[in-house]
Design a protein around this ligand. Structure first.
Ligand code: NAD
Ligand code: MG
Length: 401
């Protein structure tokens, strides 16, 4: 029986993972469930799954959880803070770690899982984007396994030959075709984008996800982060990846070979498919996902990405090519900008402005040590907060005028 820790158990990926695990209770033992500060939600999951450990990232919330589940979960030990997350990610009774915390907060525990040689099921793309070199080195040096959960990367993984680590051209791959739906604003009037609300941005046409990744999908920064994620995961050069807009989200990505073959992975837009694939790998197991009905789908469309409408795509591709801490800085600025857009402090169209200004005001350093990465992340966050404040002032002046 395999032991699993779910980092970010109360989120969209975490709950989908629990749903798949429930269907295969004979194969997995749930060692730990973690959440940020939602005590009641984690308490209910503990009562249902009786894990060995429950961790609240906010240390104050751990005490509250401890007294809340004392009677209902007598065998669950409650831990708190980043140290608690790291403990359960590297614990000896754990074989698999689902890394499903959103944002840079997931880096330390995900890296701890890699350093402890675990099978890392990676949903937390921000961790890889901010410190790709360090993360991939940790996986290799500790014989950890890295299986992508992001639907596109899971699709690419399924379409690649097993020896892709040698480099794509060495195994006959010409390029990766990374698909994306284009999000909720693919075809709305471009002038209206400055007035869209957080709820409109989070109303994704095909996928039901957490709010941060939903906004990223609306700006297409999500596809930009995924472009960088694919470079690291598959040892690909930026020129070996092409973004293809595919509004139906049925093809989850493709791999083109030098003989002209293009392999694609298709399926319902339901994260339980990539989750079940990675959990069972190299075998297969059921996921509870409805079969794909091609007759109901009817047609598949493809478009070129619109870089004018989605400046975040260009910013991410540039950061990827620049290397070093450019992606770290971009990711940090994006996290701050999205948080403030969700709080209605800035406009949707301010998000790329904040990121671009932070990138242009920061010097790009080397990203081969964790201290450098963390420092670049912190400095970019400070700068981004200042940029957010400037946007707020400008917007206020414009509204008064
Ligand atoms: P979500 O917002 O639904 O859940 C996030 C989880 O992380 C929650 O359990 C929350 O408690 C925890 N968390 C938040 N802040 C934290 C902090 N500071 N410290 C510790 N824990 C914290 O997000 P989600 O949609 O499940 O996405 C999770 C990750 O998976 C993201 O990196 C996202 O890009 C990636 N991803 C999600 C989907 C999807 O369909 N939802 C698809 C592909 C990739
Ligand atoms: Mg994705």
């Amino acid at each position: 029986m395999r032991g699993i820790t779910i980092l970010g158990a109360t989120g969209s990926i975490g709950l989908n993972t629990l749903n798949v695990l429930e269907q295969h209770a004979d194969r997995y033992h749930i060692v730990a469930l973690t959440a940020n500060q939602q005590v009641e939600r984690l308490a209910q999951l503990c009562e249902k799954y009786q894990p060995t450990y429950a961790v609240m990232a906010k240390a104050e919330a751990a005490e509250e959880l401890s007294s809340r589940i004392k009677r209902s979960c007598p065998n669950t030990e409650v831990l708190g803070g980043e140290a608690g997350l790291v403990t359960v990610a590297a614990h000896e009774s754990v074989s698999d770690v689902m890394a499903a915390i959103v944002g840079a907060a997931g880096l330390a525990p995900t890296l701890a899982a890699a350093n402890a040689g675990k099978r890392v099921l990676l949903a937390n793309k921000e961790a890889l984007v901010m410190s790709g070199q360090l993360f991939m080195d940790a996986i290799r040096q500790n014989q950890a396994e890295l299986l992508p959960i992001d639907s596109e990367h899971n699709a690419i993984f399924q379409c690649l030959p097993t020896d892709y680590h040698q480099g794509l051209s060495a195994v006959g791959v010409k390029r990766i075709l990374l698909t994306g739906s284009g999000g909720p604003f693919r075809s709305v009037d471009i002038e209206s984008l400055s007035r869209v609300t957080p709820d409109e941005a989070c109303a994704h046409p095909n996928w039901d996800m957490g709010r941060k990744i939903s906004v990223d999908s609306a700006t297409m920064m999500n596809k930009g982060l995924e472009f960088i994620e694919a470079c690291w995961l598959f040892n690909a050069q930026p020129d070996e990846i092409e973004i293809v807009v595919h509004p139906q989200s049925i093809i989850h990505s493709m791999v083109e070979y030098i003989d002209g073959s293009v392999l694609a992975q298709l399926g319902q837009p339901d994260m339980r498919t990539p989750i079940a694939h990675a959990l069972a790998w190299p075998q297969r197991m059921s996921s509870g996902v409805q079969p794909l009905d091609l007759f109901a789908v009817g047609r598949l469309d493809f478009e070129r990405p619109d870089f004018a409408r989605f400046p975040c795509l260009r910013l991410a591709a540039e950061a990827c090519r620049r290397g070093g801490t450019a992606a770290t800085i971009m990711n940090a600025a994006n996290e701050i900008a999205v948080e403030h857009f969700l709080n209605q402090d800035i406009r949707f169209t301010d998000i790329p402005k904040v990121i671009e200004n932070v990138l242009s005001r920061n010097s790009i350093g080397s990203a081969d040590r964790l201290e450098h990465v963390m420092q670049a992340d912190q400095e970019a966050r400070l700068l981004a907060r200042a940029e957010v404040e400037m946007c707020r002032q400008t917007n206020k002046r414009q509204e008064r005028a």
